[in-house]
Design a protein around this ligand. Sequence first.
Ligand code: ADP
Ligand code: MG
Length: 246
Amino acid sequence: MITLENIDKHFNDLHVLKGTSLAVKEGGVTALIGPSGSGKSTLLRCVNLLEVPQSGRVRIDDAVIAFTPAGKVDRNAVLALRRKTGMVFQNFQLFPHLTAIENVMESLVTVLRRSREEARQRAMDLLEKVGMVEKAEAWPASLSGGQQQRVAIARALAPSPKVLLCDEPTSALDPELATEVVEVLAQLAREGTTMLMATHDLRLAATIASEVVFLDAGEIVEAGSASKVFRTPERNRTKQFISTLT
Ligand code: ADP
Ligand code: MG
């Protein structure tokens, strides 16, 4: 469904992703774990091409782009691929000048050219799904972090992406507020939403991930089913890292 093949990403002299390959199954949830600086955010950003890799292939569904150091990147292909993704950030990043429902409607109206009426209906359905209907007309600044993140999840889902990319979706939240976000993501997972998420939150990963990938210094050290990687990791490095998660 989603595959990354041999992705290389350099920032000048810094070689962040070193021929990284990864597959996410349709309807599955893959948790990307690894120390700070290991390249998790960069990897997620290479899926939606917020970062453009120097080499490798990115495939989502029927859209594929191959990158080569000398090759020119086809902007339309990048946009087509990006539209198959929805992204949830650590710090929510809601548009501050738009209400909760307007945040969710935004891409539907401006990118997908839906009527405001139709967009509003879809946004209401999504706010319902994340338990935020009562706050539809609220401004982001008046919402708790957990509420903002739930609106951000609804916004990411609005254009019906093939994959929901989440970058540390609970790390900016107190445990109590993280719980409401974990519950929303768990519900989406049960409904078969395909997700790839970077997280340090063991509870989040253990609750919803079907697959776990352990990334260290831009290389995949271990990957497999969540129960296998969490309970009986093969590599010492994985074992050691998992023991640091809380
Ligand atoms: P993680 O999300 O696992 O903490 P990141 O993907 O954010 O790791 O970062 C991996 C490495 O790439 C780090 O050393 C980071 O400083 C570096 N890096 C990330 N983004 C950029 C950038 N835009 N320019 C330069 N270096 C970057
Ligand atoms: Mg990160």
